[in-house]
Ligand binder design. Structure first.
Ligand SMILES: [Fe+2]
Length: 293
């Protein structure tokens, strides 16, 4: 999802995270210093992403082997690995607003992938939004979050895969709609509608499957580590778009019918402007340093 352009740049980040050589410049070297330090989890994540997304682009999904590799790294991530605790100010409810501000900690971005953490106070909402052409890995680091996600019934774009490992998209419903529907409204199928409590496994969205459109609602303070491949890019046409969801029964559309018992599993999604109440503020990531390679 989009973040206001208040993200700290990496030069600032480096200035506030001096290297070990700089911070230890007046201490004497230890005689028995270990030659090989263990790689930090966040460094391992960065290096795994470099490999996993090296051949990827819009609409291209990593191989199932690479997806497993990245999931196992993310599954092992804990808040302490990125310098977070639930007691930090980002997670405090400091306003009576219906939708409290959300903090985004930028870890890394290149043209292949991005990594960042959304910090949500209790009742924080990341409204329904899409991830065009992207594969998205989300790891809930702590807290309880309600996730609702959808896939389009008529996939808008073709997806090429490095390895054809996605299940076929069901399309039981004609895609034509009539004028009864509001403009920019399309049919979507519910993929996930459930509460998640950390520690839980990483969830994955694919370009046309897995719940490519999702909404997060924090039931307690939450931190979510997101990896996007490729990242949003306005010049490349990968915009973050926002949606409102309406129950299937709200509109009558000729030629579109769903058995009564399955109607709960579908919704009409209308594209909207970025909601006014959404406030995402970029803050400097102060966790363990990532050594870019
Ligand atoms: Fe998202």
């Amino acid at each position: 999802m989009g973040v206001e352009r208040t993200l700290p740049n990496r030069k600032e980040n480096k200035a506030l995270h001096p290297s070990p050589e700089e911070t230890n410049s007046i201490s004497k070297p230890r005689k028995c210093r270990r030659r090989h330090r263990k790689m930090s989890p966040v460094q391992k994540l960065y290096e795994t992403c470099k490999v996993v997304f090296s051949l990827c682009g819009a609409g291209v999904v990593p191989s199932s082997e690479d997806i497993q590799k990245l999931c196992s790294v993310l599954d092992a991530m804990r808040p302490v690995n990125v310098g977070l605790t639930p007691e930090m100010p980002y997670f405090r409810l400091t306003t009576a607003r219906r939708s409290p501000p959300i903090t985004y900690l930028h870890l890394f971005e290149c043209d292949k992938f991005s990594m960042g953490i959304f910090c949500l106070p209790p009742s924080g909402v990341i409204p329904l939004h899409n991830h065009p052409g992207m594969t998205v890995f989300s790891k809930l680091l702590f807290g309880t979050m309600h996730i609702k996600s959808y896939d389009w019934v008529d996939a808008p774009e073709k997806t090429s895969t490095i390895e054809n490992q996605q299940p076929a998209t069901e399309n039981p419903i004609p895609s034509e709609v009539n004028a009864v529907l509001p403009p920019a409204t399309r049919l979507a199928k519910v993929k996930v509608d459930a509460d998640y409590t950390a520690p839980c496994n990483t969830s994955i969205l694919y370009p046309t499957d897995g719940g490519n459109l999702h909404c997060f609602t924090a039931l307690t303070a939450c931190a979510v580590l997101d990896v996007l491949g490729p990242p949003y890019s306005d010049p490349d046409g990968r915009h973050c778009q926002y949606y409102l969801d309406f129950p299937f029964s709200q509109f009558t559309v000729d030629g579109v019918s769903i058995p009564e018992e399955e109607k709960e599993g579908y919704a009409w999604l209308q594209e909207i402007e970025k909601p006014d109440e959404l406030a995402v503020v970029g803050e400097l990531y102060r966790g363990p340093k990532i050594q870019e390679k």
